[in-house]
Design a protein around this ligand. Structure first.
Ligand code: HEC
Ligand code: HEC
Length: 188
């Protein structure tokens, strides 16, 4: 019985002393845990390989939400689901804050195709921001690899990725629209 008391008080104490800061993310802890993600997602969070999305400057709450979705299997990716099986919610919050703090670089795109997509992205800005920089829980799209954006839009369209409003929006786009929109967003 007595042996439980110190632990009880330790928990109580930690609740009072730590609670003001548990909700703010720990960037240093996030950086340490993110080290092993950089092989794919890029040394500074800007991926060099179009298969892997850049995470630098991405919205923290969006990143955290996607990690939860991969872990629960709501969003499927054999690669990513294996990568994050061991992370707990605190790790996810810290990692998300770390990537969000890095500066995004533009992946670039074919300027001719990108130009065709410009006017087709007007409807995206209400949620994704005027410069597609992300807003609230809506992800940043600006400067992301066009190949990655295209794959996600096709996944939303065929519903292999569930994404709330994105399933209907992507369904209304033709493959040509998707190519042009992805190029425009990647060029930003
Ligand atoms: C072996 C390569 C690899 C490693 C290592 C890796 N990832 Fe990924 N990651 C991917 C791939 C591939 C995707 C795209 C999955 C898809 O097509 O939906 C992805 C997607 C993501 C996304 C979704 C981004 C978005 O814009 O929706 C997040 C967030 C993410 N990874 C975070 C991480 C974190 C955090 C780590 C380290 C703990 C990590 N990844 C390690 C390959 C990797
Ligand atoms: C009503 C709000 C809304 C509008 C309008 C909207 N989106 Fe989205 N978008 C979202 C939400 C929410 C998500 C996150 C989906 C999820 O994973 O749950 C998202 C995710 C995405 C993603 C995935 C990003 C990533 O990193 O994996 C892409 C690509 C995307 N949207 C493109 C577009 C494009 C292109 C348009 C315009 C043609 C558009 N969206 C319009 C709400 C919106």
């Amino acid at each position: 019985m007595n042996t439980h008391f110190p632990r009880f008080f330790a928990v109580l104490l930690s609740l009072f002393s730590v609670s003001p800061i548990v909700h703010s993310a720990d960037l240093e802890a996030g950086k340490a845990k993110a080290a092993f993600c950089l092989g794919c997602h890029g040394e500074n969070g800007n991926s060099k390989n179009p298969q892997y999305p850049s995470l630098a400057g991405q919205r923290a709450n969006y990143i955290e939400y996607q990690l939860v979705a991969f872990q629960s299997g709501k969003r499927t990716s054999p690669v990513m689901q294996g990568m994050i099986a061991q992370l707990d919610r605190e790790d996810m919050k810290n990692i998300a804050a770390y990537f969000a703090s890095l500066s995004a670089e533009s992946a670039g795109a074919d300027p001719v195709v990108a130009k065709q997509g410009e006017s087709k992205t007007a409807m995206c800005k209400g949620c994704h921001g005027n410069s597609a920089e992300g807003r609230g829980g809506f992800p940043r799209l600006a400067g992301q690899h066009p190949e990655y954006l295209k794959k996600q839009l096709l996944n939303f369209k065929d519903r292999s990725r569930t994404g709330g409003p994105m399933n209907g929006i992507a369904s209304s786009l033709s493959e040509q629209d998707i190519d042009e929109i992805s190029a425009y967003l990647g060029s930003l």
